[in-house]
Design a protein around this ligand. Structure first.
Ligand SMILES: [Zn+2]
Length: 114
């Protein structure tokens, strides 16, 4: 399924990321709830989470509401770490491990003493 934001055809997941700006007795909140790819989840996380961690606590209900948003954003970020980002792997393929070759050898000569 294609990502709702960048439209790339890669792995996507339902993700919710939010921001909250506390303004004393009120607050402004927003965010996104879409099928997002790993790259878009991480971009949204790094845009919203610094706002939550700095301005989110500045309202009366900031600790409860903002705390939930911070946890939800971390959950979405952790979930994205298990997703493929659609790029081919840059790691070289693992070397193929094979058992050492067993060959029949000639019997050892018997010891003859000193
Ligand atoms: Zn995307």
């Amino acid at each position: 399924m294609a990502c709702d934001f960048c439209l790339r055809d890669v792995d996507t997941v339902d993700a919710e990321l939010h921001y909250n700006v506390g303004l004393g007795v009120t607050h402004i909140e927003g965010g996104t709830e879409q099928h997002l790819c790993k790259r878009c989840i991480r971009t949204a996380f790094w845009v919203y989470q610094p706002v939550n961690l700095t301005l989110g606590w500045l309202s009366i209900d900031g600790f409860q509401k903002n705390g939930e948003m911070v946890r939800e954003n971390f959950r979405a970020y952790a979930m994205s770490s298990r997703m493929s980002d659609g790029r081919p792997s840059t790691r070289p393929p693992a070397p193929e491990v094979t058992a050492p070759e067993v060959t029949a050898s000639a019997p050892r000569p018997a010891r003859t003493g000193f």
